[in-house]
Design a protein around this ligand. Structure first.
Ligand code: NA7
Length: 556
């Protein structure tokens, strides 16, 4: 029978990003012994690794940050409605220090394997110079944390400087007077391009597929707004807590064709001026679902692109033709299209002239070789399952997670899966809408609750029943094609990674459904989550052997 003597810690959390830090706070507050491991040398996750010029939130700063402490909310003054990377990283450092969490974090530690041991009902988690046995394993490893480099011939032969936006160096990159290539025009590419354009000698943008970029509408938070934010903390916390999207943007109850063409134009102009995701959330309620409504808004955005870009041929290349607005994750930008009016910026359409090779000096396409000093790879991530599949997690009966998920993730509420007892992944695939901290916070709360319940009732093993996993996974996969606006060309289906199974990787059912399912589980006292002694995976099951040699546990 597993006992607390078998574990070095109660809870081991992997990843010091927005989700992991909150889970760490909750675990520590509840009195568990808790250890966090983090691959980097600092906290912040996304806001630690993505340091490229122009990197910033496209969710409002104050709804992205935490709500668990009124004092934290009131003392931290965001400078902008959409704060930049350096400020975001400072925020997470502030949180970790304010709540004395840093002493639980072991940096420079990458998990190489995590193996379930049924006999002791613990996970043995190891990495280079690190080995810990934990009762519960929480992988807060992020959905956008494994950078993707396309397999372009010669990529590594380039002798100039090369950077991936998701692995940006801590020392500033000197772009002044350099010949620079940016490959990729997703959310990262469109942030970096306008910021470096004024500095560089030349900027060549390699675009395979254009995205529907609309204004972020960022601005400083005024002293008056600052005071209002502080004064309204409980109201904001409650509104965000209840919001179906996790944002403060209000939902419109009108459908597109309820309005006349003139009213629609005026409405669109108002929506255009909203911050970030207001373009989706506060748009006509049928904008993402009714193809004609979607085409109408997309035409409006296309007209804005044509108005912003001086050269009509360049403007046409920048307008998506393979998907309508929100068919893929739309980026939010500041002066992106305007950058193409600069004489030193040029757009290369890879649909017309694909990259054939990277050479020692530059990039070759069908149109010839261009030489560069710096290449920026803004080519995205192995979304959703990338980090979890690389964790080396091996569950009950020796089943690797990577194998279990070979055809796509199987999850319960995007936070746990059958066959993997005492294992949780808040913010994981099927749980969130992208990387929204409100969803992952809901998941962390649920995880904290089920662990508390198991502790109180003396259950050594928590494992979600297969039927509940099937129910959620099937609902998510079905709604991916009905409720979700995203098309199969989106990386939300994993299709940006060669060889990856095509499967939906977000929560297509939305936050209300997630919360409702959680409530059902809590109200049933987590019915079915605690396998009876003797069933597979529990300490006294027939297959469970003595605990592997725990003398190798070091590093703490
Ligand atoms: P994205 O949104 O996945 O964008 C990656 C970009 O890289 C996209 O424009 C891709 O074009 C392009 N790409 C990928 N492979 C290639 C090759 N082989 N050749 C040329 N271009 C290529 O990643 P981001 O980092 O921008 O944003 C990720 C998330 O971060 C974002 O959604 C926010 O949540 C924050 P494609 O569209 O595939 O033709």
């Amino acid at each position: 029978m597993g006992s607390d003597r078998d574990a070095d810690v109660d809870i081991l959390i992997v990843g010091a990003g927005v989700t992991g830090i909150y889970q760490l706070y909750r675990a520590r507050e509840a009195g568990y012994s808790v250890q966090m491991v983090e691959q980097g040398t600092g906290v912040g996750g996304t806001w630690y690794w993505n340091r490229y010029p122009g990197c910033r939130y496209d969710s409002e700063s104050y709804t992205y940050g935490y709500f668990f402490s009124a004092e934290l909310f009131r003392e931290w003054e965001w400078t902008e409605h959409f704060a930049g990377q350096a400020e975001n990283e400072r925020y997470f450092n502030h949180v970790v220090d304010k709540f004395d969490l840093r002493r639980h974090i072991r940096f420079n530690t990458k998990v190489a394997s995590a193996v379930w041991d049924a006999a002791s009902a613990t996970w043995l988690v190891t990495g280079e110079g690190f080995s810990t046995r934990t009762r519960y394993l929480v992988a807060a490893t992020g959905v956008l944390s494994v950078p993707f480099y396309p397999d372009v011939p010669g990529r590594e032969s380039f002798r100039g400087e090369a950077y991936h936006t998701g692995l940006w160096p801590k020392t500033p990159v000197d772009f002044a007077g350099k010949r620079v290539a940016v490959i990729g025009t997703g959310s990262s590419g469109v942030q970096v391009i306008p910021v470096i354009a004024p500095e560089v000698a030349s900027l060549t943008v390699y675009q395979r597929t254009p995205n529907w970029a609309t204004p972020l509408n960022n601005r400083p938070i005024t002293a008056q707004e600052q005071a209002e934010l502080k004064a309204s903390f409980p109201a904001i916390r409650d509104a965000v807590g209840k919001s179906p999207s996790g944002f403060l943007h209000t939902h419109s109850d009108k459908s597109t064709f309820d309005d006349s063409p003139e009213e629609r134009q005026a409405f669109y102009e108002r929506v255009w001026r909203l911050g970030g995701f207001g373009k989706i959330i506060s748009n006509y309620r049928d904008m993402t679902l009714n193809p004609e409504a979607n085409a109408e808004w997309s035409r409006f955005v296309a007209a804005k692109i044509r108005a912003a870009v001086d050269d009509p041929a360049t403007a046409e290349k920048l307008i998506p033709t393979d998907h309508g607005y929100a068919g893929k994750r739309p980026p939010y930008v500041t002066d992106y299209y305007e950058a193409f009016n600069r004489p030193n910026v040029e757009l290369v359409d890879l649909k017309q002239t694909p990259i054939t090779a990277v050479t020692e000096t530059g990039i070759g396409t069908a149109a010839g070789l261009r030489e560069f000093d710096i290449i920026v790879w803004a080519t995205g991530f192995d979304f959703g399952t990338g980090a979890l599949s690389r964790l080396g997690a091996v569950g009950r009966d020796g089943l690797p997670l990577k194998e279990y998920w070979a055809d796509g993730p199987l999850t319960y509420l995007g936070l746990m899966c059958h066959h993997f007892p005492n294992f949780f992944f808040p913010g994981g695939p099927h749980g969130a809408a992208g990387n929204n901290p409100r969803y992952s916070g809901d998941q962390s709360d649920f995880i904290a609750g089920v662990i508390d319940f198991a502790r109180e009732h003396g259950h050594p093993v928590i494992e979600v029943p297969k039927a509940l996993e099937d129910e959620w996974t099937n609902m998510v996969n079905e709604a991916a094609y009905t409720i979700s606006p995203f098309k199969e060309i989106s990386y939300f289906f994993g299709t940006n990674i060669p060889g990856k199974a095509k499967a939906f990787l977000l929560n297509s059912l939305g936050r209300p459904k997630l919360l409702q399912m959680m409530e059902t589980a809590v109200k049933s006292d987590y019915d079915g989550f605690f396998p009876a002694p003797g069933t597979p995976g529990t300490p006294d099951s027939p297959g469970a052997t003595d605990s592997p040699d725990s003398t190798q546990a070091t590093g703490r």
